[in-house]
Design a protein around this ligand. Structure first.
Ligand SMILES: NC(=O)c1ccc[n+]([C@@H]2O[C@H](COP(=O)([O-])OP(=O)(O)OC[C@H]3O[C@@H](n4cnc5c(N)ncnc54)[C@H](O)[C@@H]3O)[C@@H](O)[C@H]2O)c1
Ligand SMILES: [Zn+2]
Length: 678
């Protein structure tokens, strides 16, 4: 059962973390000190519960807490070797854990343990960081909070900062907390509710002071030509720039992207001071670990053409890389970890918005959220004074901190399709849904395109949250809807890598029964639809310069000839030849084009449920329910083919194991000799 002190800590943390004004995502930590009976001695002991490394306050639960013996944690001061070796204290914390210790203690644990208060909150509120990064932050702290809140000059988080804050609290018994220069706030209290109230008082007082005393235009006057484009134009330009941008920022490692045109971003980019401020970079340690020290800023007005913007972004990207390499070389120490890539993670486009990048969608999205935090911080600091983030050498020490490096090394190996973005047509049902599910399970971000928006979204929601899968409406026979679905993929995840032409339907009719409308429908959805999707997607793949895969779900019927199938099988044969034609054409861009020939996938298939199954069953003289088994008996392997079997083949085609294969068709039919490829 959860200790009552720990339970109160969790609910306080969840309340604080639920409001973005209080702290950034996964930023900050909270703690409580209390007692429990030692199972070994039966005696009462003092424990420290503190949010562990990683994790978010808003969703903190018991396993996210580190549990330490308070007396032993504090005994570490006796062996503390001084600030030059403070990092060694992190490993020493392991010897102060209680029981199994819970989550790994974070770097801020000493601050929580050493401060002599039963409850401590350390938070990264935008309003607090605004004061913390104002050039005259110390004076402002006095003006705003009197002696209730004390200024602590910037110091990298760690054991020494914990000692400093503990000493400050001892020397200032009237104080309820402090502003940590360049960083954030810490508050304390004798009870959980007093601590929470103190945190909120500091945040609300800072917010109110900024609102009341800020200069009217903290980011300067509006720049002519840098105002926001209309929403439609913003999205169109963002979608047009995204593929090239993703290719650029993936120079060192492939990344997933996130786009936002939040009003704060558009306002920042429309004002005269934005180039100076963007160059100053972010300040809170949490921020620039996610955003890199500074963003890449396009220095062209909103109306600049896509072509001019791309040309300029290419130049700026090269300059950014050189600049970042120089920053690394200037600051590196003998034992610094190797450079982690020189590409920007934040790209700002005036009039349009912001792209942010990461190794997966969640990381990319959070990087964007953090730059939004940084914009709020800069607005607050500039409104009262001027924005003065910590200097470059300190930023470097945090970015290339051995402890951060160790955290990165501990990250699980990425899944095989991590950083890949997939678009699967007709994926709200049957084979397409199984493909989308499998690709997502292997780490890809997935866009489900289907006729009905609600159904597509429902299928996406079954796979995961919007960082994993989204649903979009697209009738693949309509050029504009196909383009819109590709744009949606690019705006949701930064680009596109894997395209699966799966949308289809099937009419089983003899030649004499087949109407022109039947013929057109089959050919429009499958032959023309695949052409439209491949064309729109290939443009993205070519611009990204990251290769990619286009996969056609063709059919056994593309090679096998039987009765009552003229329209369906002819268009399947068309799709099959598109595979070969596009493999020949797109090879020079590193794009592989392959096909899958399934057969007899009855279970889960809307095609079979929608009448085709009944007709086929009638043709073969079996009950509709037995159709799967009937098909299985016709096969060489005597096995029923399931949607998952087709999905497996798509996955394998997308992996590096088939990196040298293009123009191939893989039968997934349990063996049908009449459909052997030769
Ligand atoms: N089931 C089989 O045995 C089998 C065998 C060989 C090939 N295939 C092919 O596999 C693909 C998927 O078939 P399934 O069995 O999963 O069928 P399904 O009916 O379960 O799924 C097809 C999906 O495509 C969508 N769709 C139809 N027309 C569309 C359009 N114009 N635009 C966008 N989406 C559209 C449908 O809404 C549906 O969600 C088809 O191309 C089919 O020809 C199926
Ligand atoms: Zn912090």
């Amino acid at each position: 059962m959860t200790n009552a002190t720990a339970a109160a800590l969790i609910s306080r943390s969840n309340r604080l973390g639920a409001d973005p004004k209080n702290t950034n995502y996964a930023g900050g930590n909270t703690s409580a000190k209390g007692t429990e009976t030692d199972p070994v001695t039966g005696e009462e002991i003092q424990l420290l519960w503190v949010k562990g490394s990683g994790g978010d306050l808003g969703t903190l639960s018991e396993p996210g807490l580190a549990v330490l013996r308070l007396d032993r944690m504090r005994d570490l001061t006796n062996v503390y070797p001084g600030v030059d070796r403070e990092d060694e204290m992190v490993a020493a914390l392991d010897y102060t854990l209680h029981g199994k210790g819970g989550a790994a203690p974070s770097i801020d644990t000493p601050m929580h343990g050493l401060v002599d208060a039963a409850h401590v909150d350390h938070l990264h509120p935008d309003a607090g960081i605004a004061i913390a990064t104002a050039a005259d932050g110390e004076a402002l702290t006095g003006t705003i909070f009197g002696d209730r809140v004390v200024w602590v000059p910037w110091r990298r988080p760690g054991f020494q900062l914990g000692l400093d804050i503990a000493a400050i609290k001892d020397a200032n018994p009237q104080a309820i907390g402090c502003i940590l220069g360049g960083h954030g706030i810490t508050a304390w209290g004798d009870t959980s509710s007093v601590c929470e109230a103190n945190s909120l008082w500091i945040i609300d007082t800072a917010t109110a002071y900024i609102a009341e005393h800020s200069s009217p235009e903290p980011f300067g006057a509006e720049l002519t030509g840098f105002g926001a484009l209309s929403e439609a134009d913003r999205r169109a330009k963002a979608a047009a720039l995204a593929p090239t941008l993703r290719g650029l920022v993936s120079t060192d490692s492939t990344k997933v992207g996130h786009f936002t045109d939040a009003p704060e971003v558009l306002d920042f980019l429309s004002r005269s001071e934005h180039p100076r401020l963007a160059a100053l970079g972010t300040s809170c340690p949490d921020h620039f670990l996610r955003t890199k020290v500074k963003p890449l800023l396009l220095d062209l007005p909103a109306e600049a053409s896509v072509e001019d913007s791309i040309a300029r972004l290419q130049e700026l990207h090269e300059a950014y890389r050189a600049d970042y390499q120089a920053y690394y070389d200037r600051n590196r120490a003998a034992d610094s970890p190797a450079i982690r890539g020189a590409d920007p993670l934040i790209v700002l486009i005036p009039g349009v918005g912001m792209f942010s990048y990461g190794a997966n969608k969640q990381t990319a999205r959070v990087a964007g959220e953090f730059y939004l935090n940084a914009i709020n911080v800069m607005r607050g600091a500039e409104g009262l004074s001027s924005y003065a983030p910590i200097d470059e050498a300190e930023k470097f020490k945090i970015e290339y901190w051995a402890l951060e490096e160790a955290k990165l090394q501990r990250m699980p190996t990425p899944k095989p399709l991590a950083t890949r973005v997939a678009l699967v047509t007709g994926a709200a049902s049957g084979i397409g849904k199984a493909i989308a599910t499998r690709l997502a399970a292997e780490g890809a971000c997935v866009v489900i395109a289907d006729l009905d928006l609600a159904t597509a979204q429902a299928a996406a929601a079954e796979i995961g949250n919007q960082d994993v899968a989204i649903g979009v409406q697209a009738n693949v026979t309509v050029e504009a809807e196909v383009q819109a679905s590709v744009d949606a993929a690019v705006l949701a995840f930064g680009g596109l890598d894997l395209v699966v032409n799966n949308a289809g339907l099937s009419l089983s009719k003899s030649l004499l029964e087949t109407t022109v409308a039947d013929w057109d429908l089959q050919h429009n959805v499958m032959a023309k639809g695949s052409f439209l999707v491949s064309r729109a997607a290939a443009k993205v793949l070519i611009e990204q310069k990251l290769g990619g895969d286009i996969i056609y779900i063709s059919s056994k019927n593309s090679v096998f000839a039987g009765p009552n199938n003229i329209a369906y099988s002819a268009t399947k044969a068309d799709q099959a030849h598109q595979v070969r034609l596009l493999a020949a054409e797109l090879g020079e861009y590193g794009v592989k084009v392959n096909g899958i020939n399934p057969d007899g996938v009855v279970r889960g298939s809307g095609i079979f449920a929608g009448g085709w199954g009944a007709k086929r069953a009638a043709v073969y003289g079996v009950a509709e329910d037995d159709l799967g088994t009937y098909y299985a008996q016709r096969t060489l392997l005597k096995r029923e083919v399931l949607p998952e079997n087709v999905a497996n083949a798509v996955f394998v085609l997308c992996t590096s194991d088939l990196s040298h294969t293009t123009g191939l068709h893989i039968p997934v039919d349990a063996g049908v000799a009449a459909a052997f490829l030769r």
